[in-house]
Write a protein that binds this ligand. Structure first.
Ligand code: ADP
Ligand code: ARG
Length: 358
């Protein structure tokens, strides 16, 4: 859908209370919320009080959503499975048991010279949440504070090369915040999808950014997920960034117990991030392919890649530079997803080269 229209209150229910979606809505929520599923789930509530209405609120208020649901807790994934399983299968491919985490470097393919020359910067992030707490949409203010304190304590145990400073959002001045966002180091303070899901409640309390001294390792605290563990570096040394991220994840997992599921891997508030919860991306100059952005998105999609703009999700490209990342995160290891990205980037660089010839 072009633009967006916020559905409010009675707007999106028919006389029986079944949600309705405007024409043109292509969300996975609309596709998989049949009346049978609705009837089976509408009166259920998880132990933390999360209901079907909570689960689907973001997708109803924003019919331009591509997915439209956020889980409130681990139990949401079992209690609301008749809706979430088809959504997960649709996004990630049919359900498979998620493999054990594997960040090994030995099988990574070679990045071509042509691709490497086009890469402005490389970033790899994983989402994590803490076992024993609800996810962002259902967490209370005091639980969120407890989560932030535990993460801060774990951060003090990082190896020397990753050490840095924790910057709480509640005391950060606007100029610093804007600068960190502009330099891709900090999350934005508004997101209409997250707001509708209840994730932005009590903002900016208990939110923060941990930044290593050299600014190449960071942890976002209590944004869409309780942790986003991130490695980010200028240039195309993709292996070095992947290795740095793996080091940070491994160090933190020695001091925190992350929320996992036997089939779904790491549990995250948005089902697109389940499994590895990893989005590895490069900012890449594709001036030839940029001449037809729709075609670029189509060929990236066929390669299992996602195209975003210069400031992440829902932003535009600038100067022919695109954010190219792995789309699939569940049912593959981190190394497999990263290898897939490298292969795809090599192909895109090759095609761009062809398009750039006079
Ligand atoms: P996420 O990756 O955490 O799901 P976003 O797509 O919103 O969410 O990206 C978060 C931030 O990371 C944005 O500022 C985005 O521009 C930045 N980013 C993503 N990939 C890269 C990259 N390869 N180089 C520099 N910044 C990046
Ligand atoms: N809820 C939004 C939608 O359905 C975002 C989905 C994926 N992105 C994310 N940051 N979880 O379009």
């Amino acid at each position: 859908m072009d633009g967006y229209r916020v559905n409010k209150g009675e707007d999106f229910m028919d006389h029986s209370g079944f949600p309705t979606f405007p024409d043109g809505c292509t969300s996975l929520l609309k596709k998989h919320l049949t009346d049978t599923v609705w009837a089976a789930l509408k009166d259920l509530k998880t132990a933390s009080g999360y209901t079907l209405a909570d689960l689907i609120r973001s997708g109803l208020e924003h019919p331009e959503s591509s997915v439209g649901v956020y889980a409130g807790d681990a139990e949401s994934y079992t209690l609301f499975a008749p809706l979430l399983t088809p959504i997960i299968d649709d996004y990630h491919g049919s359900s498979v048991s998620h493999p054990a985490s594997d960040f090994s470097l030995s099988t990574l393919p070679q990045l071509s010279r042509d691709a490497s020359d086009r890469i402005v910067s490389t970033r790899v992030r994983v989402g994590r949440n803490l076992a024993g707490f609800p996810l962002g949409p259902a967490i209370s203010a005091s639980e969120r504070l407890d989560v932030a304190r535990r993460i801060q304590a774990a951060l003090t145990h990082l190896p020397e090369a990753l050490q840095g400073t924790y910057l709480p959002l509640s005391v950060m001045d606007d100029a610093l915040r804007d600068d960190l966002v502009a330099r891709h180091l900090l999350f934005k303070s508004e997101d209409r999808f997250l707001t509708s899901a209840g994730i932005m409640r009590d903002w900016p309390e208990a939110r923060g950014l941990f930044l290593s001294r050299d600014e190449t390792f960071s942890v976002w605290v209590n944004e869409e997920d309780q942790l986003r563990i991130i490695a980010l570096k200028k240039g195309g040394d993709m292996t070095a960034v992947f290795r740095r991220l793996a080091k940070g994840v491994s160090a933190l997992s020695r001091h925190l117990v992350f929320l996992t599921h036997p089939q779904l891997g790491s549990l995250t508030s948005c089902p697109t991030n389940l499994g590895t919860a990893m989005r590895a991306s490069v900012h890449m100059t594709l001036t030839g392919l940029a001449r037809d952005e729709a075609a670029l998105k189509k060929s990236a999609e066929a390669l299992g890649l996602q195209v975003r703009g210069m400031h992440g999700e829902h932003s535009q490209s600038q100067g022919g530079v695109y954010d190219i990342s792995n789309r699939m995160r569940l049912g593959v290891t981190e190394t497999e997803a990263f290898s897939h990205l490298i292969h795809g980037i090599n192909r895109l660089a090759q095609r761009d080269q062809g398009m750039s010839r006079p």
